[in-house]
Design a protein around this ligand. Sequence first.
Ligand code: ZN
Length: 149
Amino acid sequence: MAGLDDLYQELILDHYRRPRHRGTLAHPAIIVDQHNPLCGDELHVTVCLDGDRITEIAHTGEGCSISQASASMMSDAIVGHTTGEALELIEHFRQVMHREVQADEDQLGDAVALEGVNKYPVRIKCALLSWMALKDGLLTRMVDQQESR
Ligand code: ZN
């Protein structure tokens, strides 16, 4: 995409061509499907938990390079964190995409490369798709747990 820093553009293409955490987990605690009708992006995200900790995330789907690279970067950034930390990270990324805060590279890892996408309103939803999928999955699970108490 013209205008994005070359290094960041390389990083996005690298995650698109060699996605990390690609696939479907066998016994996930969370399963989410998310669709971006504006662009046609589709994502299927599965998450494994150990107690409150996210031990693995896997994603499959198809769509533009931004949506698919973002799913790879999101998985990298989130795995190993607790569900509470994950929700904070997702909120930080949402704020970055809405130009409310500067990206924190320590927290976001390679996903910091997506910051420049926030200059392209039609692509913001592509970048956010996987993050919002995970948020939906985490929040739905929390509601389920409260109801079963
Ligand atoms: Zn897209």
